[in-house]
Write a protein that binds this ligand. Structure first.
Ligand SMILES: *Cc1c(COP(=O)(O)O)cnc(C)c1O
Length: 373
């Protein structure tokens, strides 16, 4: 018998092929990701009106403005604009490492570990050593400390610790400053650098009512996605010391991330930072409302959502599988996917196109799916 994995491989080839057409039938409620948003008219206007220059020559005023805005908000010396969070994470981590044979300590469920094509190893020559997170999505600082390698030619050289805030696959969990500081202390004492994959760090700040500067006071770099809940079409920014940004800029060039008149997209990022941060609280509130409805319909919600991500399992005792729920909902244009967690959870992501009305409608549909079996 052929393993499901092999069949999946054939499907994947079709899915990612060029020229695939996308059906644009009736509007759907799209919970698949907080990356599916379209820029609003005002954001598009901001993009069109952004002054531009060649950013590889350091002459794009809009890119420079976005970089310094975020550096200031995070209390860091400098920022660097990237096309993606994946590249920003990679270049940030590489900037901290001594080179090939360096090692990074990170969570086994970190995006950097699961979803970035193993690029620390394939592109960076960096070994990643994974640590199982605790149920609250944190790494145990004493475990981290134990994992730091002795200076011995048998071992790679531990240079960096990476954490994710909010933690995506473990529930969109915002991690508090006390935890970040605790890990930072371990890093400082052992001469390691601390990098935050802050794809959704603004969600963390809003959820915990803490400033970015305060939350990241004791870290060496943060990668911030503008294209998630903040609603930009593209872009991430890495912030850190001038030295780290100097080194990351070299890595970015090597990765092909040196963009020219990039202000046309950085302008969207500035608009997003100025207009779309506070509204994240609405996404968080809607995730809680939908979780409540789904819980009453029997769906298993292990963790009350604290930010914009809601993970759930099929109702207890139900004959439904996760794929049934995903398919039945998609038949009526409510879209979401399987979360990671070993394929036993679905994930709903809130974003700026999801209104109270969408939540109400989706709640009703999910209730019907739960009771239909
Ligand atoms: C999306 C995401 C990234 C990477 O961002 P891309 O822009 O998609 O490359 C990194 N970390 C986390 C936690 C993410 O959710």
């Amino acid at each position: 018998m052929i393993a499901a994995r092999v069949i999946q491989r054939a499907t994947a080839r079709k899915l990612w092929c060029p020229g695939r057409s996308i059906s644009s039938e009736s509007a759907s409620i799209d919970f698949r990701s907080d990356t599916v948003t379209q820029p609003c008219d005002d954001m598009k206007k901001a993009m069109i009106n952004s002054p531009l220059g060649d950013d590889v020559m350091g002459e794009d005023p809009t890119v420079l403005k976005l970089e310094s805005m975020l550096a200031e908000q995070f209390g860091m010396e400098a920022g660097l604009f990237f096309p993606t969070g994946t590249q920003s994470n990679l270049c940030g981590v590489m900037a901290h490492c001594h080179g090939r044979g360096s090692e990074v300590l990170l969570g086994a469920n970190a995006h950097l570990c699961l979803y970035e094509h193993g690029n620390l190893s394939t592109l960076g020559g960096i070994h990643s050593r994974q640590i199982q997170e605790r149920p609250d999505a944190t790494l145990d600082p004493s475990t981290v400390e134990k994992m730091i390698r002795a200076d011995d030619p048998h071992f790679p050289r531990t240079d960096v610790v990476c954490i994710e805030n909010t933690h995506n696959v473990l529930g969109g969990v915002p991690l508090p400053k006390s935890y970040v500081d605790e890990l930072s202390k371990v890093c400082v004492e052992n001469e390691l650098k601390l990098h935050i994959d802050g794809a959704r760090i603004m969600n963390a700040c809003v959820a915990m009512n803490v400033s970015a500067e305060d939350l990241c006071e004791n870290v060496n770099s943060v990668s911030i996605c503008l294209s998630k809940g903040l609603g930009s079409p593209v872009g991430s920014v890495l912030v850190g010391s001038s030295e780290v940004i100097y080194l990351a800029r070299r890595q970015r060039k090597a990765c092909g991330g040196g963009m020219r008149q990039a202000g046309v997209i950085a302008g969207a990022g500035i608009f997003a930072i100025e207009n779309n941060v506070n509204r994240l609280a609405d996404d968080h509130a809607r995730a809680k409302v939908l979780a409540g409805v789904m819980k009453s319909a029997g769906f298993v919600i292990d963790k009350e959502p604290q930010t914009n991500l809601l993970f759930f399992g099929v109702p207890e005792g139900s004959r439904l599988t996760q794929d049934d729920v995903i398919e039945k909902a998609s038949e009526v244009r409510v879209l979401f996917g399987g979360g990671y967690s070993g394929g036993t959870r679905c994930r709903i992501a809130m974003h700026k196109h999801i209104t109270d009305g969408c939540v109400e409608k989706a709640g009703q549909i999910l209730k019907d799916i739960a009771t239909g079996f």
